[in-house]
Design a binder for this molecule. Structure first.
Ligand code: DX5
Ligand code: ZN
Length: 213
């Protein structure tokens, strides 16, 4: 499968977001990963719909809104209105039936719904969503903060998910060129990656290294 690169805006310089987005857009990345945190589901607060809306006219990149929030159903529409193309919700925050309902609604509008799972959540929890999820996002850190260390113990779960899911499998958290190899070997094909790209001296080189994982 082709490797897709999704830089995570959380690691970008927040005072120059549009510039930061453009700096990675010209390097041929696939979409932008935007981390949304509510201070409840995770112990941190980050980007809201207003920022997504203001960034929307600044780039042609598709936007993925990774909702690390306790009540995703209340906010999906807000992020769609703001310009998100892919919404990612956590299985720890939504029922299987609500996920299916939302996926149906978003698909009708040409939008995508992805399911994320935390490091401690087993693959079986998302198995019944294999037919309706547009992407599975496997957290490789405990969500809440950028710049954490990749948890290698999650790698076997990627392989397990690959055994029943044929679509895009993303890994998110602590990704660098080394552990990306392990993740890709296990079956991941999307690398959501913050610090390794935005804190790199040479973003182009960092992205190339990830692509060759
Ligand atoms: C963690 C976020 C990740 C993270 C990625 O809660 O969902 O997207 O910020 O950033 P790095 O690559 O720095 O871990
Ligand atoms: Zn994320």
């Amino acid at each position: 499968m082709k490797i897709k690169i999704a830089p995570s805006l959380l690691a970008a310089d927040s005072s120059r977001l549009a510039e930061e987005v453009k700096s990675v857009e010209k390097l041929g990345i696939d979409f932008l990963h935007i981390d949304v945190m509510d201070g409840h589901f995770v112990p941190n607060i980050s980007i809201g719909p207003a920022i997504v809306k203001d960034l929307r006219p600044q780039t042609d990149l598709p936007f993925e809104a990774h909702l690390m929030i306790e009540q995703p159903l209340k906010y999906i529409e807000r992020f769609v209105e703001a310009g998100a193309d892919i919404i990612t919700v956590h299985i720890e925050t939504i029922s299987v039936s609500d996920f299916r309902k939302q996926a149906g609604k978003l698909h009708k509008r040409g939008l995508r719904l992805a399911i994320a799972l935390n490091p401690r959540t087993p693959a079986v929890k998302i198995k019944t969503l294999a037919d309706s999820a547009d992407m599975v996002l496997v957290m490789t850190v405990h969500p809440g903060f950028g710049g954490q260390k990749f948890i290698y113990a999650v790698v076997p779960k990627i392989a397990e998910i690959r055994s029943f899911y044929k679509g895009d499998i993303a890994v998110d958290g602590g990704i660098n060129d080394k552990n990306a190899q392990a993740a890709v070997k296990a079956g991941a094909n999307v690398l959501a990656c913050g610090s390794y790209i935005f804190k790199a001296e040479d973003k182009k080189k960092a992205i190339e290294k990830l692509r060759n994982a």
